[in-house]
Design a binder for this molecule. Structure first.
Ligand SMILES: *Cc1c(COP(=O)(O)O)cnc(C)c1O
Length: 402
């Protein structure tokens, strides 16, 4: 298994190095000495819905709270800085941010979508896309030849999530972007980067066009805000995404923007902590006689391990495992847990456990679920910030009783 300490250190040479200035940008991005003219060290929460403008109609930066807001702008600039990008646009949820990406498509366009993405995004696509005259094809991005064949002249967007959730499959962003852009330079490659955040993965630097986030998870980090964002370097895409933000009105509140700005300041230390802890949990589980598979990209035995090290700087606290069918019941296991709580979502301080087949992926057809290995005994863990020893002890006692 190697030296735990060094294998979970994101600065370890084995992984892509973390951007050197990342921690400084996490603290100062969007509101540092160079870009603030207020003396307060902490950014303000500006609640005003409307603004006084000069007569007859010239505004001094702000005219209406839906269009722009200082607390939101500070957060958007911090998010852009953390992805090494020019623009960040925030929305009222991760799914609202996803909608804004879909608005970039029009009648007759085709979307190529990974078969392994967030369940809510699938529901959204299935309901709205066909009604808007946009076609969608689901592809397995592990099969690059199949992906190449699926690209059509009408394909205008490729959407995927890596590592995928809850299977933790890793897809090659450099190759996927290159294939799309060689086929047609105008195809937009969009990556849902919620699971790793810009601390561990920066899709724009790997050739992708847009990064999508549910900030609800690690970015805010405290499980008390629902919010999303889209990040890009492209000025005209930014203008369109900003227009949809204003025109659909799917904007986050200034108070929530303040909370996410605050949460992001500790993103590097939180991500390092959950990586170290989740890897120790994975290493405990892999040795357990009742467990038949553990999914964590930092495990050398993980199928996507080498690729993960090439395109990421580490992994988060999201992981999964399977209890042997003849060894115990995942339902009983969940009932016995005392510290892990049975809940969806991830990225907060509290550790969570859930059974995707019964909860987050209940809507996925059973054959697709089984194809992805999501059996009834498949458990997803979101390792939080509690003492690792306590988490392992909890898993051990629940596995004994299940
Ligand atoms: C939670 C989540 C979403 C949806 O985000 P909301 O903020 O809940 O709307 C999208 N993608 C991934 C990977 C998620 O985990």
């Amino acid at each position: 298994m190697g030296d735990l300490k060094s294998s979970s250190d994101p600065q370890n040479l084995d992984w892509l190095p973390v951007e050197k200035q990342f921690a400084t940008l996490a603290v100062h991005g969007g509101y540092g000495k160079d870009n603030k003219n207020l003396s307060s060290i902490v950014p303000p929460i500006t609640m005003s819905a409307t603004y006084e403008i000069d007569v007859p109609a010239v505004h001094r930066g702000y005219d209406y709270g839906r269009t722009d807001n200082l607390s939101r702008k500070i957060l958007e600039q911090k998010l852009a800085a953390l992805d090494g990008a020019k623009h960040g646009i925030c929305y009222s949820s991760g799914l609202a941010a996803f909608s804004a990406c879909l608005y970039l498509l029009k009648n007759g366009d085709n979307l190529l979508c990974s078969n392994d993405i967030y369940g809510g995004s699938v529901k959204h696509i299935m309901d709205s896309i066909s009604r808007l005259g946009i076609t969608v094809d689901f592809v397995d991005f592990d099969d690059l030849e199949g992906y190449k064949k699926a690209l059509k002249p009408e394909t205008k967007m490729v959407f995927l999530e890596t590592p995928a959730n809850p299977t933790l499959r890793v897809f090659d962003l450099v190759k996927i972007s290159k294939i799309a852009h060689d086929f047609n330079k105008d195809v937009l490659v969009v990556v849902d980067n919620t699971c790793l955040t810009s601390y561990f993965q920066r899709p724009l630097s790997l050739g992708c066009d847009l990064v999508h986030y549910s900030l609800t998870k690690y970015a805010n980090g405290h499980a008390d805000v629902i919010m999303g964002a889209v990040i890009t370097n492209d000025d005209s895409l930014k203008d369109r995404l900003k227009f949809y933000q204003n025109m659909t009105g799917a904007i986050p509140s200034p108070f929530d923007c303040y909370l996410v700005t605050r949460g992001l300041k500790t993103l590097p230390i939180r991500m390092k902590a959950v990586m170290e802890s989740s890897l120790k949990v994975a290493e405990f589980l892999i040795e357990h006689p009742k467990v038949d598979a553990v999914f964590h990209p930092a495990l050398p035995s993980h199928r996507g391990h080498e690729l993960a090290k090439k395109q990421c700087s580490g992994h988060s606290g999201l992981m999964s495992f399977r209890i042997k069918d003849d060894a115990g019941s995942a339902i009983e296991f969940l009932r016995e847990l005392k510290l892990f709580q049975n809940a969806g979502s991830f990225g907060g301080c509290e550790s969570l456990a859930e059974l995707p087949a019964f909860f987050t992926h209940l809507g996925v057809p059973k054959e697709t679920r089984l194809l992805l290995g999501i059996t009834d005994n498949f458990v997803r863990l979101a390792v939080g910030l509690e003492s690792t020893e306590d988490l392992i002890e909890d898993l051990a006692q629940a596995l004994k009783k299940c």
